[in-house]
Design a binder for this molecule. Structure first.
Ligand code: GLN
Length: 425
């Protein structure tokens, strides 16, 4: 692990073109996004020495926009976690809340922006991994609609749920970075035409006059008192600026965390099968028995990754598939339907990004279930393929940042950027 207190796994300058939208900007790139010739570890011992032979599409886009990449940011191993403590290279700090986690899994990306080590950052969000660290570090993060940003070159954790997205000090800067990375890509068949000629940055007008904001009661009820208080204050400000706030109900979200973890772990068990020491990953060499050779290579995974591969394999196995995986897919469809209905009567939905302030360092490591439950407000968005933004909305307990999340309809990025920018005014 390099210096800068574990914010970066690899510090390396990658120069972009001479000019472009981001010509004077530095960017931190999460270490699960491929950079040609520069180590991409996913914060795993398994990929400690892996040097990709090509750039992710988003990295190409950064270079074309003239950005200077300053390093590969620390993260939870393969994106599995909410605190950046499952990194094989040690935890990243929270630059604005000492002794507390920066959130995760894109904790290094958020910390880089919060500490001023980079102007902007890229993270990836499978179940909250951009919004959670944005909230915990007091910066802005956007999880784009599924299909808006190419995943080509993103090392897959749970590919049906995840998107690459921006982190930045302000909504407008995050939107400008989204403009650079969004749009169709022939290397990723799940991308769409939307975003091809986007101008998200100019949607950050701060104007919420006449906007209807729905608040799903299920996403507020369980939150800490302090978090709730900041959330209500922010809504009051938005009302003063001309928005209407109304309660809505999303009954399905009660099952979102279960459904998310079954789907994410199932996909992970399949995606991570390639790290067998033959195709990818560490190899101890063939010792006459392939089963042993493979299982020795897979020792290089950390505990959380092993847990998820085991659970995911179990959920997909014959006899259990219908009981877990199929049910989770049904729940996913129900969550989507609930959101569709809600958007018939409101423009955006709002909730606290995280129901709790940043955990103390070390706190969540011995209780994975507690950590999974903290994802209650972020995972429904990934299950429904929707866009969401997290914007700083004050502090609790003497200096711990909290965020407010706005969720939009599919490809409604402009709407959430507009409303998000009103919070900053
Ligand atoms: N905390 C969630 C998980 O561990 C989200 C991770 C992510 O979005 N990559 O799966």
């Amino acid at each position: 692990m390099s210096s800068k207190s574990n914010i970066f796994i690899t510090e390396e300058t990658i120069e972009g073109d001479e000019d472009g939208l981001l010509a004077d900007k530095t960017v931190a790139v999460k270490d699960n996004i491929s950079t040609e010739g520069v180590t991409t570890t996913c914060a795993s011992e398994m990929l400690e020495d892996y040097v990709p032979p090509y750039d992710a599409t988003v990295v190409e886009a950064l270079k074309e926009a003239g950005a200077t990449i300053v390093g590969k940011a620390n993260m939870d191993e393969f994106g599995m976690g909410s605190t950046t403590e499952t990194s094989a290279f040690g935890p990243a700090p929270n630059p604005v809340a000492e002794g507390h986690v920066p959130g995760g899994s894109s904790g290094g990306s958020a910390a880089a922006v919060a500490a001023g080590e980079a102007d902007l950052a890229l993270g990836s969000d499978t179940g909250g991994s951009i919004r959670n660290p944005a909230a915990f570090c007091g910066v802005v993060g956007i999880k784009p609609t599924y299909g808006l940003v190419s995943r080509y070159g993103l090392v897959a954790y749970a590919n049906s749920l995840e998107q690459i997205g921006p982190l930045a000090p302000t909504v407008e800067e995050a939107a400008a970075l989204l403009d650079v990375i969004s749009g169709p890509d022939e290397h990723d068949a799940t991308t769409r035409e939307e975003g091809a000629d986007s101008d998200y940055a100019s949607a950050a007008t701060g104007d919420v006059e006449g906007t209807t904001i729905g608040v799903p009661t299920e996403l507020v009820e369980g939150a800490d008192e302090g978090v709730k208080a900041r959330f209500e204050e922010t809504l009051d400000d938005l009302r003063d600026r001309g928005a209407t706030v109304e309660e809505v109900s999303l009954p399905s979200v009660e099952h979102a965390v279960e459904a998310y973890y079954v789907i994410a772990m199932s996909e992970a068990s399949s995606n991570l099968a390639r790290f067998d020491g033959v195709r990818y990953g560490k190899s101890g060499g063939f010792d006459g028995n392939w089963n042993e050779t493979f299982s020795e290579s897979r020792e290089a995974f950390g505990e959380e990754v092993k847990r998820r591969i085991l659970l995911g394999t179990y959920a997909l196995s014959a006899g259990y598939h219908d009981k877990y995986y199929k049910q989770a897919q049904d729940a996913r469809a129900w969550v989507k339907q609930d959101f569709d209905e809600a958007f018939q009567s409101v423009d955006v939905l709002a909730s606290p990004t995280m129901p709790v302030p940043p955990f103390e360092q070390g706190e969540s490591l011995d209780d994975p279930l507690q950590m999974y439950l903290a994802d209650a407000n972020t995972v429904p968005v990934n299950l429904a393929d929707l866009p969401a933004i997290s914007v700083p909305s004050g502090e609790v307990d003497g200096g711990l940042p909290v965020g407010i999340q706005f969720i939009g309809p599919a490809f409604g990025e402009e709407e959430i950027i507009r409303v998000g920018s009103a919070v900053e005014e």
